[in-house]
Structure formats: structure tokens, C-alpha cells
Design a protein around this ligand. Sequence first.
Ligand SMILES: [Fe+2]
Ligand SMILES: [Fe+2]
Length: 275
Amino acid sequence: MSDSWQITSLRGGATAAIASPDLDRKTGLAQETATRWFERRLSLRSPLDPPLADRPGRPAKPELVPPKAVTKRSLHTAQGRIALLHSIAHIELNAVDLALDIVARFATEPVPLSFFDGWMTVAFEEAKHFRMIRARLREMGADYGDMPAHDGLWQAAHSTRNDLTARLAVVPLILEARGLDVTPSLQAKMRETGDLETAAILDVIYNDEKGHVAVGAKWFRFLCARERKDPAATFQQLVRANFRGALKAPFNDIARAEAGLTPSFYRSLTSTSSA
Ligand SMILES: [Fe+2]
Ligand SMILES: [Fe+2]
């Protein structure tokens, strides 16, 4: 691939992918960096790595608006399903940048190399998810960029840029775990409306996302154990300090527990029991 020269190391490849405003290039760089890392053809860091930007590269469209300005429509219309797919595409795109940001930003942390294997698997799969959803949007006569999107996900992660444990609490264990809660009912609605193609894509995403939460829970517990901290209490403290907004029930307790995120982590943070 013509961008290979940009991949100076794992951190360099992740940084170049984050910076790219061209989404084919961003997702391509993410996947090629992951593949080369898994083949052990890349060092973790290099003095040639470009500096990590504060914001990811993005195309001119979609326009980014406050979360409340994004309208919700019925899934019984094609327009409503397109709007939903557009919002999922935006989430997946943010997820690509967020997984790569964990790698690039925290490449100097004293953690085992398998930490980076986990996050590059996540980045690879998020790139795959974005491409699948975008292809489905195009089949439906639309494309990513056609409607406005919001910037909440990147903002949520930004406040944890100096603290890896806090980053893991907010990104995989709050934001990605939320995907496990909402995806099964979306799949059911897609089947109900006869959109089996979209339901099948959501199946792939759902199964991969369980793995992403598991990677998050594994390394969150690892960091807590190293500091001799209680993981559930640490999670609650970090979420209160770094995440605005309450956690919304109902939770998919079974899928969350399978991923290693047990109710003792999040129960006391729901909108009813914490203010
Ligand atoms: Fe995803
Ligand atoms: Fe994910």
C-alpha cells in the first residue's frame, strides 16, 4: 500500500491513521498497521513517529453538531434505517480513532506487548465495522456524511487523555458496553422490518463488541491489580470523575458479565441510584 512509508512503528502507524481525513486511508492504515504488528514486523515506537494530534482527521462531511441536534426517526421507514446506520457508522469511525488513540497515546506505558495486540485487534475490527456499515448505507442509496453527526464520543474520551485506567473505564467499559445493551433490540427491529442484511451486519458487530469490552475489562483489572486497587470501586470513582451523564438501564447483564464486566462495577452508577 502506498501509505506504508508512513508506518514507522506501531505508534507511528496508529498516529498516521488517526490523522488521516480520508476514511478509506484511515481504515486501511489501521488494518495494515494491525497486520504488520501481529506479524511482528513493527517496533512499538520509533523516534520518527509523527506527533499525535489532539483531534482525529475527518472529512468535511458530516457536519458535527451538539448531540441533541441529531434527530431520531422511526425504523419502519427506509429513511429512519438510513439515519440509524449513519449514526452507527459515526460511532464505528470514532471507535477506530479511539482504539488507535489508546495505542498511540499510551505506547510508553509499562504494559506487556499483548496490551497492544488487544487494542490493535479492536482497531482492526472497528475499521471493518465502519466499512460494512458504509457499504450498507451505499446499497441503500446513501453514504456516510449525508447527515449531521455529533462529537460526544471523542469529547468523552478526551478528558481521560492523561490517565490510561480512566480511559479504559470510559471507552471500553462505558461507551462500548453500551453497545451490548442496545444492539440486540436493534437487531430484532431490523428483522421485524425485513432488513435482514442490516441485521446480519449488526450480528457481526455485536459479537466483536463483546470481545472489545473483554479487552477493556481484562486490562482495566490488570492496571488495578498492579496498583492493588479494588476494580469495581476504582471504576466507579473514575467514571464519576471523568464521565458526564448517568448510565442508562436496562443493562445486558449477561453479555457484560461474559466480557468480565460484572454488575458490581456499574449498578451503583445508574441514573436512579446516583445523582
Ligand atoms: Fe465497532
Ligand atoms: Fe468496539
